[in-house]
Unconditional design. Structure first.
Length: 294
């Protein structure tokens, strides 16, 4: 079995977690909507993840909606003492599977209660506020009302720690002036590196950075350079992409998602993959290739 501790650890809120985690988005049905095709398979993936040493699971009650959290509860409750479950709020799903902003105080409060109920928890360890000023990427706009709502839920003991998702540097600075921000979750991977400077700033501040779509998300990473390096190292392109993220900065926590045990094992094997200096140099140029092709 892979030793994921080789990827190292980092502080997430007041816990030390292994840097290789698991994202539960793909446990829901197609389009992150409805139930999975293989319910028992979803349970097995979660149990395998925890058995492999993963102690950081990322989810949201708007995955499904409700589906993913209910599967997590069925698979893992009562939860291991060292398991950190992180959720996110500020959206809801339409009957047509659309993603709809839900950022009012009432909607955010309801979302936290929904997460707690469906996960079977009394307190959420970390709740990420996902900015919906831009649905497909960060866009400027104040998050003060929303963070004040989460801060009140924190005072009530329903939320221990608060993070941000899909945000700009300006929004992070605003957020840190309102509450203690313990993590930032933005889109980032070997081909899309808009947050390079931000990652380094957060590392200096001891704040975790959690890249979503680390393998490209709904559009998987495609790069002949990545494939060539992977072939030379006897690994898959996705393993190399994950290993590159682990080398990129010490505050990066990975949450690759899958509904397959085989893919889960491939993903976590990236924790042990060594990237020689010459391979790193080549991989660092993939973002430039992507820009030129755009």
């Amino acid at each position: 079995m892979t030793d994921i501790s080789k990827a190292g650890t980092f502080k997430l809120a007041d816990r030390i977690v292994k840097r290789m985690g698991y994202g539960a988005m793909q446990l829901a049905g197609p389009g992150v909507f409805g139930p999975p095709k293989d319910h028992d398979g979803a349970l097995a993936v979660l149990r395998e993840a925890v058995a492999s040493g993963i102690d950081h699971v990322d989810t949201s009650d708007f995955y499904g909606p409700h589906v993913t959290n209910l599967i997590i509860r069925e698979a893992l409750h009562p939860y291991p003492a060292n398991l950190t479950i992180v959720t996110k709020v500020s959206a809801r799903r339409g009957a047509d599977a659309s993603w709809i902003p839900a950022m009012s105080p009432q909607e955010l409060t309801q979302a936290v209660h929904d997460n707690l109920r469906n996960l079977g928890l009394d307190t959420m360890e970390v709740v990420n506020l996902r900015s919906m000023h831009g649905i497909h990427g960060p866009a400027e706009g104040s998050l003060e009302p929303q963070l004040n709502t989460l801060a009140e839920l924190q005072r009530q003991g329903l939320v221990r720690h608060i993070g941000l998702s899909n945000v700009t540097s300006t929004q992070i600075a605003q957020g840190r002036g309102i509450v203690d921000i313990v993590c930032v979750q933005n889109q980032y991977n070997i081909a899309h590196r808009e947050d390079d400077a931000l990652i380094d700033e957060l590392a200096a501040a001891g704040i975790a950075y959690v890249p979503f779509f680390p393998l490209g998300g709904f559009t998987p990473l495609q790069s002949s350079t990545l494939a060539d390096v992977a072939q030379r190292l006897g690994a898959t392109p996705m393993q190399v992409a994950l290993a590159w993220l682990l080398r990129r900065a010490p505050n990066i926590l990975l949450i690759p998602g899958t509904s397959s045990i085989a893919h889960l094992r491939q993903n976590i094997a990236a924790a042990e993959l060594e990237l020689p200096a010459d391979a790193l140099s080549v991989l660092n140029g993939i973002a430039d290739e992507t820009e030129q092709a755009a």
